[in-house]
Write a protein that binds this ligand. Structure first.
Ligand SMILES: Cc1cc2nc3c(=O)[nH]c(=O)nc-3n(C[C@H](O)[C@H](O)[C@H](O)COP(=O)(O)OP(=O)(O)OC[C@H]3O[C@@H](n4cnc5c(N)ncnc54)[C@H](O)[C@@H]3O)c2cc1C
Ligand SMILES: C[S@@+](CC[C@H](N)C(=O)[O-])C[C@H]1O[C@@H](n2cnc3c(N)ncnc32)[C@H](O)[C@@H]1O
Length: 667
């Protein structure tokens, strides 16, 4: 299979070893001294050291056009460490249409030994990326990088969040006029607040006039080194565009106010609850996680092994955005957390094979490889012989190989996350009631023993039971039973190096046994293991790894006897439910006219229940969606820039079911 690669930077290196972009015939930074240029043009002319020394907010956001070699990012990170409060977070958002390959980045960053500690951390996570939005966490979650891969004129409007300082650095306007468009300046203005600043190395008239037209006050000042001029400036006021939001029901709720305590309650100690607790903990919240069971991850998340499985597509639908971007987020998240908690193994980046086990699947895989959306470092097409070598056992089909992926122990991961400082896990607490007390600005949660907990933020992460509470009963959820089967390691199976997926999956050994799964039963609530499902899993094993199957049959002629049953939580559109909850009746009254005219403009904000959120419906891909969901919810709570686009946020929003019902006149 030939593979089409996403756009990336074409570089040449000059006699001094500096990178040149051949497509644009321009330099990435000053030939005299790139480091000094960055500090002068971008850091000093946005007054970052002074602003950070006096920072009162919990976070500060920089946005940049052109990530390039990451020099600006690393310099900003270094300055942040020198001046910002240790509790605050730096959000660095960068648009990049032509990312450098990892090898080129490595070579470029070798130029700056003083940035090595920051560069090394970036390089542990950096891979060339296809189109999309990707968030990376550095410095124990205190520095967050969000890369918007694609043309800045298209990607920046999709950003959900506001920016304190802009670095305009996308090659000279004469060499790259396509970037410096009115739409870019307008998007900057839309994402700015009063006091947002910008700076740029250029003093070109088209940039000055464009920024002025978008409402920035622009100054021409002395340029770096021998350059005569550069521009910097400020947004002194926000000019309302006068238009109403087209979908106010998906607008963000008010974030937590500075006077409110950074405390949160999470109902449910599975992957979704534990991931959310982790995202809030990183932001300095004290989080209490409550579960009706006696230990964490006793429901869907209780499997000893699950696959970090990216079922990609050739189309940029919201579901595919979630899968692609969630996959990248989970990868860096798991690598980070496993590194911080090495004594508890829960993540093995052993690689994942997806078999083209029938014609339809082969066609789907070919379309993925031809789409130009995914770099080779992420997914490669391979023959059956190549896959057999990678897997360490004979494989009968060609397929795809994901070298960075692997298996996770959801049980061990959730348990480890909840043992961290800042998180308190309360078992055997079945939450039966949840009430908002406006005078105290707190939620009160009551369990079956009438015990109470209170906090200004509550996240419901109850899996299939997430709509059992009154506050969330309008969510449309269903349970799908799944059974996995286990078998002990044998001489053949112990050679298995990778996860193999087809119509199910087989994982390398963990704690002396393998896991094969999983069945899908829509209409049964049986919690006991069934012989029928064990047989289905045995057939899966035969398809995935015939030699392991034969060895297993010899070892256990009667077939599988051990395994586990769990219930996946799914939704009518197969997307998870991630976001703020509204008061159902007030929502229906506010937007009731949608029944008459679905295109009618509304001005009323959504009647949110203050500080109440949900993360559920993670279906059979919780390892991909739950960590990103935790990050999204933390950004809702604090008001930080989102790690995903407006479009995806809307597709995941809990109110989507109410809106659809109103439009279809079902309510
Ligand atoms: C058989 C099977 C195989 C799977 N394989 C994979 C895989 O390979 N890869 C993958 O990515 N995903 C896989 N999944 C899906 C993944 O496991 C789920 O998406 C994920 O575990 C969901 O996590 P959750 O936290 O939303 O739900 P759960 O793990 O179900 O957690 C919800 C928790 O909320 C608690 N709770 C609910 N209501 C209350 C209440 N009122 N008070 C207190 N506590 C409450 C429950 O006790 C439970 O502990 C699989 C799922 C199954 C069932
Ligand atoms: C001068 S370099 C940026 C240098 C970078 N800030 C650094 O610290 O190394 C300009 C970057 O802008 C990117 N770029 C050019 N046109 C773009 C566009 N329309 N959208 C997004 N990025 C673009 C280029 O690929 C290049 O990486």
């Amino acid at each position: 299979m030939s593979s089409q690669q996403p756009p990336h930077a074409e570089l040449s290196w000059d006699s001094q070893g500096l990178p040149i972009a051949t497509t644009f015939d321009d330099v990435y930074f000053s030939k005299t001294n790139g480091l000094a240029e960055t500090r002068y043009v971008f850091l000093a002319h946005n007054q970052l050291a002074e602003r950070w020394q006096n920072l009162r907010d919990n976070f500060f956001t920089i946005a940049e056009t052109g990530f390039g070699t990451s020099l600006n990012f690393l310099c900003a990170w270094q300055l942040w460490q020198q001046h910002a409060p240790t509790t605050a977070q730096l959000h660095y958002i960068s648009c990049e249409q032509y990312p450098l390959t990892r090898q080129d980045l490595l070579q470029a960053l070798a130029l700056w030994p003083e940035l090595a500690p920051f560069a090394n951390e970036l390089l542990t996570q950096y891979q060339i990326l296809g189109p999309g939005i990707y968030r990376f966490q550095f410095a124990n979650g205190k520095v967050l990088l969000t890369l918007l891969i694609g043309d800045a004129n298209e990607s920046l409007p999709q950003l959900d969040g506001s920016v304190n300082a802009w670095f305009l650095d996308g090659f000279a306007p004469a060499k790259n006029p396509a970037l410096w468009q009115p739409s870019l300046f307008q998007a900057m203005a839309n994402k700015s607040t009063v006091g947002s600043t910008f700076s740029t190395f250029t003093a070109a008239g088209i940039v000055r006039r464009g920024l002025q037209a978008a409402g920035f006050t622009v100054s021409k000042v002395k340029g770096f080194g021998s350059k005569r001029d550069m521009l910097c400036g400020i947004k002194e006021n926000t000019i309302s565009s006068g238009t109403t939001t087209k979908t106010p029901w998906f607008d963000r709720p008010q974030p937590l106010q500075a006077a409110q305590a950074k405390q949160a309650l999470v109902v449910g100690a599975g992957l979704a609850g534990a991931s959310t607790a982790e995202a809030l903990r990183l932001r300095g919240f004290k989080v209490t996680v409550l579960d009706q069971q006696t230990a964490p991850a006793e429901a869907a998340s209780g499997n000893p092994q699950g696959v970090l499985y990216a079922k990609l597509s050739a189309h940029l639908t919201p579901l595919n955005q979630l899968v692609n971007q969630g996959y990248r987020f989970s990868l860096q998240w798991l690598n980070n957390i496993q590194q911080q908690l090495p004594q508890q193994p829960f993540w093995s980046a052993c690689g994942v094979i997806q078999l083209a086990f029938n014609d339809k699947e082969a066609e789907r895989q070919q379309a993925i490889i031809n789409s130009g959306l995914y770099p080779e470092s992420m997914v490669q097409a391979a023959t059956a012989a190549m896959l057999s070598q990678l897997a360490g056992t004979e494989i009968k089909y060609p397929g795809l190989f994901f070298p960075e992926a692997g298996w996770v122990s959801p049980k061990q991961l959730s348990t480890s996350l909840l043992q961290q400082p800042g998180i308190c896990f309360i078992p055997q607490a079945e939450i039966i009631d949840i009430q908002w007390q406006a005078d105290a600005q707190q939620w009160y949660l009551t369990d079956h023993q009438q015990r109470q907990w209170q906090a200004p933020v509550v996240v419901i992460a109850g899996g299939t039971l997430s709509n059992q509470l009154k506050a969330s009963r309008y969510l449309k959820l269903a349970a799908i039973r799944g059974q996995t089967s286990y078998f002990p390691v044998n001489e053949i199976s112990q050679q298995l190096n990778t996860v193999i997926c087809g119509d199910g999956y087989l994982a390398p050994a963990f704690a002396g046994q393998h896991l094969v799964g999983a069945t899908f039963n829509h209409h049964t609530t049986t919690v006991a293991l069934t012989a029928e499902d064990h047989l289905l899993n045995l057939n899966r094993l035969q398809q995935l790894a015939p030699n392991c199957y034969t060895a297993c049959q010899q070892q256990q002629p009667t077939g599988f006897t051990t395994g586990r049953v769990g219930f996946r939580c799914t939704t009518p559109d197969f997307l998870p439910v991630i976001g703020p909850l509204v008061t159902e009746q007030a929502f229906i009254e506010t937007y009731g006219d949608l029944r008459k005219n679905a295109r009618q403009p509304f001005t009323q904000p959504a009647p949110y229940q203050p500080g109440l959120f949900v993360t559920t419906g993670h279906g059979s891909r919780g390892l991909i969606s739950a960590p990103l969901a935790g990050e999204i919810l933390a950004c809702y709570v604090t008001g930080e820039p989102m790690p995903v686009s407006h479009e995806l946020l809307a597709a995941l929003h809990p109110s989507r079911f109410l809106v659809k019902d109103l439009i279809k006149r079902k309510r």
